[in-house]
Ligand binder design. Sequence first.
Ligand code: GLV
Ligand code: MG
Length: 324
Amino acid sequence: MSFTIVEQARARLNRSELAVPGSNYRFIEKAAEAPADVVFLDLEDAVAPDDKAQARKNIIRALNEVDFGKKTVSVRINGLDTHYMYRDVVDLIEQGGERLDLIMVPKVGTVADVYAVDMLVTQVEDAVGRKKRLGFEHIIETALGMSNVDAIAHASKRNESLHFGVADYAASTRARTTNIGGPNPLYGVLTDADEQGDRDYHWGDMWHYAIARMVVAARAAGLRPVDGPFGDIQDQEGYKAQARRAAVLGCEGKWAIHPTQIDLANELFAPSEAEVEKANRILEAMAQAQKEGKGAVTLDGRLIDIASIKQAEVLVEKAKAIAD
Ligand code: GLV
Ligand code: MG
C-alpha cells in the first residue's frame, strides 16, 4: 500500500441521479417523490436564457417548501463563463436554507474553476452562517476538463463526485456523433478473414477511454465517478447496456434524464443477491483463513487473498447502504 492514504469523500448512495429542469416547478415536486438517490435541479442547459431567473426562484422555493425525504439534493449552476453563475450561488445559499446538499459545476476545465466556485460558496456560506458545508459534483465534459481531470479531482475538500457529460464532451472533442451517449457504428473493428474468407465487424465503445480515465481520477481522489446522460429515452436496453459498461469500469451510478431511467440505474448499480452472497462467503472464508494464520485460500476452486476482502467489503457495504 502507498504511504499516501486516499481520503474518501462523504459516502452517499449515487446509483441514480435524476436531472430536473428548474424551470418546471411541477417536475421538481414530482422528482421529490421519485425513487432516485440524487436529484439535481438544473439551472444550466435544460433552462433557456429567458427562464433562468424564474428557474432560480422555483428552485429556492422548492428547497424551502418541498419534502425531498432522504434524497441527496443538488443544483446544477450555470457555467463560470456566464453572467448567471455568481447569482445562482449567492441566491441559492442566501435564500435556499439548509436542505441543499451539493452544487453541480458544469464544464469544469481547470483547478482554478473549482477554486473560484469554492471561494464564492465559502464567502456566502460564512456570511449567512450556513451550518452544513455544500459538497461539489463536477461534470467532466470538455477536452480541457478531461486533460486536467486528476488535478480537478483533488482541487477542493468539497469535492464528492465526477460526472461524465457525454453530450458536451462529444461537442468539445468534435467526436463524430450527434447522439447523447451510447455506441456509434462507425467506431468498430473489422476482424481478419477466417479460413472461409469471412470477416466480422464488431462495434466498440467510443466512450471507454473517457469514462475509464475519469473513474481513475475520481477513485484516486476518493470521489464517486458517475456516468452522465443517455439521450434515447425509448431505448431501455441501450440505457442498460451503457450503464452496465460504466458499472463494470467502476462508476457508482448514472444520470436519469427521464423518470423511466431511475429504476434501471438503481437496479444496475446495486450488487445482485448472488454477488452479495459470494462476497459474504469470501469474508467468512478469509476470516477463517486468518484464524489459521493463512494469507490466501481457495474458494470454489479460485484463489482469494487479502485483496479479496476489500473487494467483498465494498459490495457488502453497498448492499447495506441500499437496504437502510
Ligand atoms: C451533460 O451535461 C452533458 O453534456 O452530457
Ligand atoms: Mg453538459
